[in-house]
Design a protein around this ligand. Structure first.
Ligand SMILES: NC(=O)C1=CN([C@@H]2O[C@H](COP(=O)(O)OP(=O)(O)OC[C@H]3O[C@@H](n4cnc5c(N)ncnc54)[C@H](O)[C@@H]3O)[C@@H](O)[C@H]2O)[C@@H](O)CC1
Ligand SMILES: [K+]
Length: 504
């Protein structure tokens, strides 16, 4: 699904109402009903609700939600921020409707009236600004946002976007933005959700389908799309009854050095859980016993060096290679990598120290086979492509880099971004902060190598692999909490991720 700008969302909104022969107020009613239903189903109605409304259509959504809560006999108070007399027409219409219900309505003109408002213990519904934010929240809006953020609220639910967050621009550090527990966003997640400059404020993102015109949306120009489990599940190939280990490819994980054999173990195990037929671990001799004991499923090739990888590897055209986890940067390993890249012709997965070696020996960039998959985290990417000023600058550099080198880059972060050699970017919302721990990246390398080995294209591999890795993280966090999980917990949950994708 394409990620759209505020301008495009407005156009889509207008086209959809016209095509469906409904008014904009009907669409607002539909959007607000979706929010109400989500709240009812997921949090229940037995709470005290405070709904804070701004002057535009986001505020209008808030008014309809207030109406629905009030009609369902909830304890609800609606706070109107009156910093302008130019309210949107649908806001005015729904305010008149709300005034006919039992809902308590408070109209706030100035900051000193805010003192008497208490948000502690309440579910706060933030409907101050949506995608129409045109400048940083200031004055009354900024003060109330600050007040909500510092209150002991039960939960904060942002409607469409946390107020104060831009839709497709970057916020400044000092901007006041609602810190939501949940963001109920319409149609698609917004670009800003994927960047650290504002993405920390969205909490859990729930995308609500308000039946905007899908064919019109697909014709709008956008370089950015959002990957969902339902999209990537279809990339899985059906396993045949009469098949054997040779049917499903051979992943060769080239990894490890003295003290970093764990990275090789994690990657090799992850590959073995990805559906691949065979796994070989190409490791220095020092890791042989550890690997055989911890990952007996992997065959070992220990012919290249004792403490670190060295020498000239013989490329097997039938193998799909994933190189980098824990290999270190010793001169002998750099030579090993140089030779490997010169010889290999099929797309490969390149991670971690292999990327760092390439950054320090840039001529190697020219030897990376087309459609290979590079999996840097932000620092590793900056070593490859240069320091970036902010997320948008990084996104532009990412596009340039992938086009120039004809590779896929999986830029690992809380919100991982995949960029294709054509410069198309896909964003994933799967994953959890519990995955911010050593070894998570090694697991991703294993998954990607395993999927690529099974004959998926690099495009399918990156999208499916990133979602699967994120789902494994979510299942691990569910079982062990975000604190009590590690990279090994991810391995145990790859299967749960597959089960979910197969159900869709
Ligand atoms: N297109 C869609 O998909 C739909 C949009 N809807 C809602 O409509 C919202 C967009 O509505 P609008 O375009 O009316 O915009 P908003 O409601 O986001 O806010 C715009 C209003 O706030 C003012 N404003 C902007 N920044 C300000 C600031 N920093 N300080 C003070 N005032 C400021 C503007 O002048 C305008 O009056 C969406 O986010 C969503 O909640 C839904 O009702 C239904 C469908
Ligand atoms: K909002």
């Amino acid at each position: 699904m394409k990620i759209l700008t505020a301008q495009q969302l407005k156009k889509l909104d207008a086209f959809s109402t016209e095509r469906q022969n409904i008014s904009s107020a009907d669409l607002m009613q539909r959007a607000a009903s979706k929010c109400f239903n989500w709240i009812n189903k997921n949090l229940g109605l037995n709470h005290s609700f405070s709904i804070v409304c701004g002057p535009g259509n986001n505020g209008g959504d808030g008014l309809v939600i207030a109406q629905l809560l009030s009609e369902n006999n909830c304890d609800v108070e609606c706070i109107l921020l009156n910093f302008t007399d130019k309210n949107s027409p649908d806001y005015e219409l729904n305010l008149t409707k709300l005034q006919k219900t039992e809902c308590k309505i408070r109209s706030i003109q100035s900051e000193n009236e805010l003192e008497s408002i208490k948000f502690n213990g309440k579910i706060v519904i933030d409907a101050i600004f949506g995608f129409g934010l045109s400048r940083p929240a200031e004055g009354l809006a900024a003060v109330i946002i600050k007040q909500i953020n510092s209150s002991r609220t039960k939960k904060v639910i942002a409607i469409d976007l946390p107020s104060g967050l831009y839709c497709d621009e970057l916020n400044a550090k000092e901007d006041q933005i609602i810190q939501a527990d949940f963001t109920l966003t319409f149609h698609v997640p917004k670009l800003s959700f994927f960047f650290p400059e504002g993405g920390n404020s969205v909490g859990k993102v729930i995308v609500l389908d308000i039946r905007l015109d899908k064919s019109f949306a697909s014709k709008l120009e956008s370089n950015y799309s959002y990957i969902t489990p339902s999209k990537v599940g279809g990339f899985l190939k059906k396993r045949k009854t009469f098949s054997h280990k040779g049917t499903y490819g051979h992943a060769n994980i080239i990894a490890g050095s003295r003290g970093k054999i764990g990275a090789a173990v994690l990657s090799s195990k992850a590959a073995s859980f990805s559906g691949v037929g065979l796994v070989t671990s190409t490791i220095p001799l020092i890791g042989l016993n550890v690997m055989q004991m911890s990952a007996p499923v992997a065959m070992c090739d220990d012919n290249y060096g004792t403490d670190c990888l060295e020498g000239k590897i013989e490329i097997n055209e039938k193998h799909t290679y994933g190189i980098g986890p824990g290999i270190g940067k010793s001169p002998a390993t750099v030579q090993f990598l140089k030779y490997f890249l010169k010889e290999v012709t099929q797309p490969i997965v390149i991670d971690a120290d292999a990327l760092n070696c390439i950054s320090e020996n840039r001529e190697m960039l020219n030897d990376i086979p087309e459609n290979s998959i590079l999996t840097p985290h932000i620092k590793e990417f900056e070593r490859l492509a240069g320091v970036t000023e902010n997320s948008l600058d990084r996104l532009n550099k990412l596009v340039e880099f992938c086009k120039e080198h004809k590779v896929y880059v999986v830029l690992k972060d809380a919100r991982t971004i995949i960029c294709s050699p054509q410069g198309k970017c896909s964003f994933s919302l799967n994953g959890t902060p519990g995955m911010a721990t050593g070894g998570s990246g090694d697991v991703l390398t294993g998954i990607l190598t395993g999927l690529l080995a099974q004959g998926l294209s690099s495009d399918e591999t990156t999208q499916l692999g990133v979602v699967l890795h994120g789902l494994a993280g979510e299942f691990a966090a569910e079982k062990h909490s975000e604190y009590g999980m590690n990279a090994e917990s991810l391995l145990e949950e790859i299967g749960e991720g597959f089960k979910m994708l197969l159900k869709i």
